[in-house]
Design a protein around this ligand. Structure first.
Ligand SMILES: Cc1cc2nc3c(=O)[nH]c(=O)nc-3n(C[C@H](O)[C@H](O)[C@H](O)COP(=O)(O)OP(=O)(O)OC[C@H]3O[C@@H](n4cnc5c(N)ncnc54)[C@H](O)[C@@H]3O)c2cc1C
Length: 329
């Protein structure tokens, strides 16, 4: 029996029924997850449920925690590569997309796309979230990663986040308590014994500016991205983090002549060396093998051990290096 066929240790039919009864959300079995990610790879979830609002998100997280059911949160799937073997337990697709303007603040639920945050705040004459246009993820994923682009990041504008803590309580945590740094946050560093903390929503402190001024910045970002990133082709953004010192990951990979390097359907992008693109026939294993090769080559040529920025989510048991925390709670 292959690992894919191995029975899950939970009674998934019973759990799906309970989720429907207790949380009021439909949970589906064996749904392929690749189409919920920008890399377009990955096997099925044991159970997949979509949270359309913060109430459902809280309910699903609390249900999974109460049952000891492995929980994985998926935003827009723009920073993840999901294993071909899929994800065990419950995957919650966060589509809570409420938002409002409150004076000079912008308040959004975790599933709101960052690009929408950028355009909604522009229309309200509030500046600070323009960089969101470059981030194809949602608010929860952006806080998790302290996503940033074009000289700005979440840390620069976040006032607070509403968080479901590991002990089951919910708190409004000021940004200063979130450990935000370059692609870093407290959410990436939980101890293995505790459930992961979940971002329910966020409040951003913005600055009044003219709508047309902000629009000009949005147009610049749009043009820059079209010129420099392989848009319209499946990818998960930057594959590796930039090293703390010295050249960027992309410069190292390009200088090593690795643009165009291929593993199955995965290729180091010719347009941006730190992007791995999928020709739509690639698998998660192709992407991971290619990243392994790039990493080994840069270690050999430059003595730099590149750290993946992409999150390897799901069942990667048996792969040589430990996957970054995939958000399982
Ligand atoms: C073409 C392209 C360009 C990109 N450019 C940039 C860029 O310029 N700058 C940048 O920083 N990133 C960039 N990215 C990467 C990505 O968009 C960001 O990291 C984004 O913040 C991920 O958000 P998401 O909703 O897609 O998260 P996902 O990929 O769905 O999840 C990422 C992690 O966050 C966790 N998570 C998701 N929601 C929650 C929640 N509510 N609470 C707790 N944890 C949660 C997940 O469990 C997972 O571990 C790019 C990606 C692509 C495909």
């Amino acid at each position: 029996m292959s690992l894919v066929d191995a029975p899950a240790p939970f009674d998934l039919v019973a759990l799906a029924g309970e989720i429907a009864r207790r949380v009021g959300v439909k949970a589906e079995r064996g749904m392929p997850l690749g189409k919920l990610t920008t890399m377009r790879v990955g096997g099925p979830a044991d159970l997949l449920a979509t949270a359309h609002n913060a109430f459902e998100l809280r309910g699903l997280v609390r249900f999974a925690r109460a049952r000891g059911l492995p929980l994985t949160l998926l935003g827009r799937g723009s920073n993840v590569v999901i294993s071909d073997r899929g994800v065990r337990g419950l995957v919650v697709h966060v589509r809570a997309e409420g938002s409002r303007i409150d004076g000079t603040a912008y308040v959004a639920e975790a599933g709101l796309p960052m690009a929408r945050a950028a355009t909604e705040t522009q229309k309200a004459g509030l500046s600070g979230l323009e960089f969101g246009l470059a981030i194809p993820g949602c608010v929860g994923g952006a806080v998790w990663a302290n996503a940033g682009a074009h000289g700005a990041d979440v840390r620069a504008v976040l006032e607070s986040a509403d968080v479901l803590l590991a002990d089951g309580s919910e708190a409004r945590l000021p940004a200063a308590e979130l450990g935000l740094a370059y692609r870093e946050s407290r959410f990436k560093h939980r101890d293995a014994e505790s459930p992961a903390e979940v971002v329910i929503g966020a409040r951003f402190r913005l600055t009044p500016a003219s709508e047309s001024e902000i629009k000009t910045r949005l147009d610049d970002i749009r043009h820059w991205r079209q010129e420099h990133q392989p848009l319209g082709i499946p990818s998960a953004g930057s594959a590796f983090r930039n090293p703390a010192e010295g050249p960027s990951a992309g410069s190292l990979i390009e200088a090593a002549g690795l643009k165009g390097l291929q593993e199955g359907g995965a290729t180091v992008s010719e347009k941006h060396a730190n992007f791995i693109v999928n020709d739509r026939r690639g698998t998660a294993a192709d992407v991971r093998r290619l990243m392994d090769r790039v990493r080994a080559r840069i270690l050999e040529s430059n003595g730099v051990d590149l750290v993946p920025e992409i999150v390897f989510m799901g069942d990667w048991a048996g792969w040589p290096w430990a996957a970054a925390d995939g958000g399982a709670a």
